[in-house]
Design a protein around this ligand. Structure first.
Ligand code: M6R
Length: 368
């Protein structure tokens, strides 16, 4: 039986559960005695990993965003090309597959009709199907060739939060597992990344402690009619996820772009009435994103920068700053997403919206 455990809403409760979500997704997969990676569900796949030619990820909504992040991890660590498709578009594809194309069908509920249809299409076309689901025994998990569970526990709020976290962690584990088996990464890289994941719950707790500042920032912007979210590389999927969270909980018009795309058109709509949330954690992409930030400010937009604590003193260009703890850039999206979730939540609360049940939406979309 699920209750709100003293929180005002399931969404806030589920945001706060994320340190535990990470622990649960890692449980039994990072072996405590050896620190080694083990994913029992994938053992039957082991003998054919070197044959995988490409990976196709099929999903909708938030699960699609986790797939975008998964692509970055898999291509980096396992050197396999990954295509991420919106599930409802996939049945229109004319491309035949073969058993060396691994189709990862991602769904919190495991019941979303569009993703199920896409999975069935991919199966008919000859692909090998892996379902990545949260709900144990869901129909997608049963129908797939292999199922990987994400172990987020029950998610009640329609706006998905901890399910995203568990999918993203699962994708990183999967990428490391694949890289290890295909010998595209060394043991030190695997250990270093597993360590980053083991330290993640504490870092998420530190982000949650910044809740008051996020709420004040949300209160400042809550009456805006529009928002643009920008991010690069690891944080591009977070821009998409942040914009989705804001629009579904607040009904504010919000769009997201890879930040380099701003100058190719979207910059035209920026002015003092069009604020920007930009993800600029420390890392390789940092300098380029800062120049995108300056570009937005030059057009009169107010800018919220979600940045690393280490940059606290040297990057004062934005109007508001929200911080994440310093971390390896690969895990920064696991922290910036929490800021984006809290921002959407507090904006919605400030506007008096029913955050757990936004209008026109349901938890599992069974319509096509
Ligand atoms: O259960 P699924 O992961 O298949 O659901 C997919 C989307 O319907 C879902 O993520 C939706 O976008 C959420 N409301 C987002 O918060």
């Amino acid at each position: 039986m699920c209750d709100k455990s003293g929180y005002d809403d399931f969404m806030l409760k589920e945001i706060h559960e994320q340190p535990q979500t990470v622990i649960d997704t890692l449980k039994g997969r990072v072996l405590p005695d050896t620190g080694k990676l083990y994913i029992s569900e994938l053992t039957p796949l082991e003998s054919s990993v070197s044959d995988i030619e490409r990976i196709l990820v099929l999903a909708c909504g938030t699960s699609w965003h986790s797939g975008l992040l998964g692509k970055i991890f898999i291509e980096k660590y396992a050197q396999i090309p990954v295509e991420v498709q919106i599930a409802s578009e996939y049945p229109n594809s004319d491309l035949t597959l073969n058993k060396d194309v691994l189709c990862m069908c991602v769904s919190q509920s495991g019941e979303t009709t569009d993703t199920k249809n896409a999975m069935q299409t991919a199966k008919k076309l000859g692909g090998k199907i892996v379902a990545v689901c949260n709900v144990i025994g869901s129909s997608m998990a049963r129908e797939a060739d292999y199922a990987i569970y994400t172990y987020a526990g029950p998610e009640i709020s329609i706006a998905s939060t901890k399910a995203f976290m568990s999918q993203a962690v699962t994708f990183l584990l999967f990428a490391l597992w694949l890289g290890e088996k295909r010998k595209t990464i060394d043991n030190n890289t695997v250990s270093a990344m597993l360590n980053e994941l083991l330290n993640l719950p504490e870092k998420i707790r530190r982000v949650l402690k910044t809740e008051k500042t996020v709420k004040e920032t949300a209160d400042f912007y809550k009456n805006t009619g529009h928002f643009i979210y920008l991010g690069r590389h690891y944080n591009c999927p977070i821009a998409f996820e942040g914009a989705l969270k804001l629009k579904e909980t607040t009904y504010i018009h919000s769009e997201a772009y890879p930040s380099g795309e701003l100058k190719h058109g979207p910059v035209a709509i920026l002015d003092e009435n069009f604020p920007v949330m930009i993800f600029v954690p420390a890392g390789k992409a940092n300098d380029k994103i800062f120049s995108n930030l300056q570009e937005a400010r030059a057009r009169g937009s107010k800018v919220i920068a979600v940045m690393s604590e280490i940059s606290r003193n040297d990057r004062p260009e934005s109007d508001h700053q929200l911080y994440i703890p310093d971390c390896n850039e690969e895990v920064s999206p696991f922290l910036t997403v929490v800021v984006a979730q809290l921002f959407a939540y507090f904006t919605a609360k400030g506007l008096g919206k029913d955050v757990d049940k936004p209008r026109n939406l349901v938890k599992s979309v069974l319509a096509e």
